[in-house]
Ligand binder design. Sequence first.
Ligand code: GSH
Length: 204
Amino acid sequence: MKLYNSVGPNPHVVRMYAAECGVALELEEVDLMGGANRQEDYLKLNPSGQLPCLETEAGNLIAEVTAICEYIDEKADGVTLIGTTDEARANTRMWTRRIDLGICEPLANGFRYSEGLPIFKDRMTTIPAAAEGLKQIAREKMSWLNDQMDDGRPFIGGTVVSLADVVLYCFLNFGKAIGQPYDVELSNLNAWFESMNARETATA
Ligand SMILES: N[C@@H](CCC(=O)N[C@@H](CS)C(=O)NCC(=O)O)C(=O)O
């Protein structure tokens, strides 16, 4: 399987997820900073013009990180970070959706509309006036998640590592690098982040 790869948290999610599943990916780098992902050649692969994108052994193209990770999960031999039962899979998808919409999306758009404006202003609609509010929404949801984890669960969805953990880890790691570090006083979130950061797959 070939992954069209670049800098940024979304490709990191897929690389880490594949490493967790023991699935090898051939990486092909795309120059995101130079805007190659918005050019005709790449748009033929992923008309959304974003990274990553997976080319399967059958030659099909899959974009959107949660779809790619679920596909990799199905290809993994005996390992799953989605879940082994219908209840577990629903739980993983519920938490992943909460993380995606509540934290990742506002954090990323908060960046695109402020510090990231020089990169993004000519490739998408940007709303600088919304940046601080979006960052605030992400912070509030991190605090809410921290409260949810007061029950001592080691992972976001409960006792086992899941897609939700990989997605959030990669975005909080990104947030640290772009001026949106999570509040280390959120002790449950901080302990969880440190445990994810210690996984061998974190550097994939
Ligand atoms: N919803 C997409 C988001 C992908 C995304 O935002 N990728 C970023 C890299 S982390 C990107 O391609 N940014 C460059 C651009 O939008 O031109 C997914 O789930 O894969």
